[in-house]
Design a protein around this ligand. Structure first.
Ligand code: ZN
Length: 247
């Protein structure tokens, strides 16, 4: 072994002290010390450099800056985000089916009944208001719409979904937040949403106590595929941002 070293490192003179250095690295031995003392094969250098790297990684978590947050700030952050989703089956309007009049975002979107189908629900079946309600409740970490307003409770039969939304808004305010903005996507094949967008946004802004500019509403089709695309269902996705209203 001693003869190999000068061939691999011709520029380094062989030192008499080399054979006396034991090869296994001591756990606490530093990289610098190992490199200085090792003038043999590269394997020695690699072996010597591993322990210090490990110790650096171990130290990393303690080197990270610790956030200086009070318990109040941790439990009451300046912003909270919530996501809501809902889907309702669409059926022919009663008495031919179980469909209710098609209300979406608090607006009757098929007033003449030409589409002829509506959401099946215990309440009025407003898929958008249900998704917004769940987004608000989710943002403050409270239950969901089904827990607050069970779909087997007689008082919720045919109930105006604005009641659910307003209760969620009340809870948001009670938790020390206000609505910042929300982004909604409604997916349905028919009827067209565009003629009703403005009035829906106006209602939402009023219920949520925000300017209309903070309420975005997008309508999409499902390209005629699956239940939504075949007008057998309607669905809504909502993301909402809450802003802390108290210090
Ligand atoms: Zn629903």
């Amino acid at each position: 072994m001693a003869k190999r070293d000068p061939k691999r490192n011709p520029s380094r003179p062989a030192r008499p002290s080399r054979p006396s250095r034991p090869r296994p690295a001591a756990p606490g031995e530093s990289a610098g010390r190992r490199q200085h003392s090792s003038h043999g094969p590269r394997a020695n250098t690699k072996r010597a450099s591993l322990p210090p790297r490990k110790s650096k990684n171990k130290n990393k978590p303690t080197e990270l800056p610790q956030p200086e947050l009070t318990l109040g700030e941790l439990l009451h952050p300046p912003f909270r985000i919530g996501h809501g989703y809902d889907l309702h089956r669409l059926e022919p309007l009663a008495p031919a089916g179980s469909g209710r009049p098609f209300i979406l975002g608090g607006v009757l979107i098929d007033p003449a009944g030409t589409f002829g189908r509506g959401p099946v629900a215990h309440s009025d079946g407003d898929v958008l208001l249900h998704a917004i309600t769940d987004a608000l409740l989710g943002a403050i970490g409270q239950h969901d719409i089904g827990q607050l307003f069970p779909d087997n409770a007689p008082e919720n039969d045919g109930r105006d979904s604005a009641d659910f939304l307003l209760e969620a808004v009340r809870r948001v305010h009670a938790a020390g937040y206000r609505v910042g903005n929300l982004d909604c996507t409604v997916i349905l094949e028919k009827p067209k949403l565009s003629p009703h967008k403005s009035s829906i946004r106006g209602k939402l802004a009023s219920w949520l106590a925000v300017p209309e500019a903070m309420v975005n509403l997008k309508g999409k089709t499902h390209e005629k595929v699956d239940a939504v695309g075949e007008s057998r269902a309607v669905e809504a996705h909502v993301v909402v941002l809450l802003i802390r209203s108290v210090a």
